[in-house]
Design a protein around this ligand. Structure first.
Ligand code: AMP
Length: 222
């Protein structure tokens, strides 16, 4: 099962990705997490990516395409994977298709913009695992500490209001075109996939999860 999550930053892709990958036993490929890991490790790729990420810009397509191509070739991706945060531009989507990496189901999560700003500015993450918390909606058990390891949570540098607004603008300018791109592909090949589902991302994490699972089960491909 090759899945992709699509939607603005802050719609809950990372949280839902964890539910989906647990249920379907497929790896999650989050380009944002991969880039943050490279940045923490101080690799040349990480240093290059950090400048774009901190300012809310996209990392160049060729860098990110190379990274994903290598990742999906690994053995754990043989039975499928879930892409979170990739593709983010039409050239990235075309690179996937050119490499015969065809998706079975695209799940778009849709949340109004004012709600997104609230969500992102309260977001905290555990850098080691990528676990996501929210100071109001999903607080950790102990103040700003990861529930499992007790390690401190951090706010992403790009979760400040100024950078959030830039990231939303970048989404509308460069990524939103993928909605039409994949809807068109889905319409051309009805009943064969890729399937396209738009999910209302308002509500609790559990409610959104149930809607996504229902959409995946209705079009079950394995
Ligand atoms: P995310 O965690 O998905 O919100 O990604 C954080 C940042 O990583 C983005 O704002 C971009 O700077 C960079 N990034 C992640 N995925 C991609 C991608 N597919 N293409 C370009 N830049 C990306």
């Amino acid at each position: 099962m090759r899945l992709m999550l699509l939607g603005c930053p802050g719609v809950g892709k990372g949280t839902q990705a964890r539910f989906i990958t647990e249920k379907y036993h497929i790896p999650m490929i989050s380009t944002g997490d991969m880039l943050r890991a490279a940045t923490l490790a101080g690799t040349p790729l990480g240093k290059q990516a950090k400048e774009y990420m901190d300012q809310g810009f996209l990392v160049p397509d060729d860098v990110i395409i190379g990274l994903v191509r290598e990742r999906v070739a690994q053995a754990d991706c043989q039975n499928g994977f879930l892409l979170d945060g990739f593709p983010r531009t039409i050239p990235q989507a075309e690179a996937l298709a050119a490499n015969n990496i065809n998706l079975d189901h695209i799940i778009e999560i849709d949340v109004p913009q004012d709600e997104i700003i609230k969500r992102l500015s309260g977001r905290r993450i555990h850098p080691g695992s990528g676990r996501v918390y929210h100071l109001v909606y999903h607080p950790p058990k102990k103040d700003e500490k990861d529930d499992i390891t007790g390690e401190p949570l951090v706010q992403r540098l790009d979760d400040t209001e100024e950078v959030i607004l830039k990231r939303l603008r970048v989404y509308h300018e460069q990524t939103a075109a993928l909605v039409d791109y994949y809807q068109q592909k889905a319409n051309e090949t009805i009943h064969q996939g890729p399937f396209y589902s738009r999910i209302n991302g308002l509500g609790t994490e559990e409610e959104v999860k149930e809607k996504i699972f229902a959409a995946l089960e209705n079009t079950a491909i394995s």
